[in-house]
Design a protein around this ligand. Structure first.
Ligand SMILES: [Zn+2]
Length: 315
């Protein structure tokens, strides 16, 4: 019997569980809304949907959660955008399911998924950047997931790039994720719709600037609205500048970009690539670093969490 694992991705709005075979093949899936304000209810939902997918072949459970996860204990210590603090997820899951459990930061898990089975397959040095409402990061270096001393490595969204800038979910001001991801697109979209009431963006928002969020900015830009395209280009450049700083530190072979904001595709990626080339140290003296779209989409975190659990705990 081929060994399988359950991989659970805990996002801000939904929890997805996948039953995954050794080579990353998804065999079954289950989903439920995230009880974001109630950590105990969240654990209960995770347990229920994992239990529903379990078979005799399942050897381990992997969880990807949006926050700082202590690697040694599988405890989620802090989640900037959820009400979770000091939550011993691995211990609870093992207690409830009778299976070993590995908990990772969600973007770390996604990086592992993309490395093993996705866009970075065969590339042992990669930086994964997930661009959604905020920014998550995962680093694979020399074929190993970089966890740091405690498991808190790659919290790249919370590097301060604009001192005194917009307030972040972590409590600081001017974090990278506040100026280079979904919230920045929302904010710039609302401002632009207010200042340009005759723009396509303002018309798509039905004349209510507050409705001009990232999705409408992307829609308007795809329909040729210059103002919306400029917003995505501005945010894309901030993304590329940050990636260049990280490339100076990590020297990755490639950067893989996933997350909900990637619905904008090249409208974000092209300016990100240009800003990366303008900002990275000595681009003419280093091999080009491809900045590519993720391949596993929303399943990257669950597949990666399952793969890590199986590889580290499944024998
Ligand atoms: Zn922050």
């Amino acid at each position: 019997m081929e060994a399988e694992a359950i991989g659970i991705d805990v996002g801000g709005t939904k929890i997805t569980a996948l039953r995954v075979a050794g080579r990353g093949r998804i065999l079954a899936r289950a989903e439920a809304p995230t009880p974001a304000d109630d950590p105990e209810a969240c654990i209960a939902v995770m347990t229920q949907i994992a239990d529903r997918l379990c078979t005799a072949a399942v050897r381990a459970v992997g969880v990807g959660a949006a926050g700082m996860v202590e690697a040694a204990t599988g405890t989620l210590r802090y989640a900037p955008n959820l009400a979770w603090r000091e939550l011993p997820i691995a211990a609870r899951m093992t207690q409830a399911l009778g299976l070993p459990c590995r908990v990772e930061n969600d973007a770390n898990a996604a990086a592992w998924g993309e490395f093993r089975f996705g866009a970075a397959r065969g590339h042992p040095d990669l930086l994964l950047v997930t661009v959604g409402t905020g920014i998550g990061g995962g680093i694979v270096s020399g074929g190993k997931l970089l966890r740091g001393a405690h498991g808190f490595a790659a919290e790249i969204g919370h590097i301060i790039v604009e001192p005194g800038g917009p307030v972040c979910g972590c409590g600081n001001r001017g974090c990278w994720e506040q100026v280079a991801a979904g919230r920045a697109i929302d904010r710039l979209g609302r401002d632009a719709a207010r200042e340009n009431p005759n723009s396509l963006l303002a018309r798509l928002a039905g004349g209510d600037p507050e409705r001009a969020d990232g999705r409408l900015v992307t829609d308007a830009a795809m329909q040729g609205d210059d103002i919306a395209a400029r917003i995505l280009a501005m945010v894309g450049r901030r993304l590329g500048e940050g990636m260049a700083g990280l490339a100076n530190i990590l020297d990755p072979e490639m950067v893989v970009v996933g997350g909900g904001a990637m619905a904008a595709g090249d409208l974000l990626l092209v300016p990100a690539r240009e800003a990366f080339a303008d900002s990275v140290e000595a681009p003419e003296h280093r091999p080009a670093v491809p900045i590519v779209a993720a391949a596993l989409g929303n399943d990257a975190g669950g597949v990666g969490a399952a793969a890590l659990a199986l590889e580290e705990l499944g024998s």
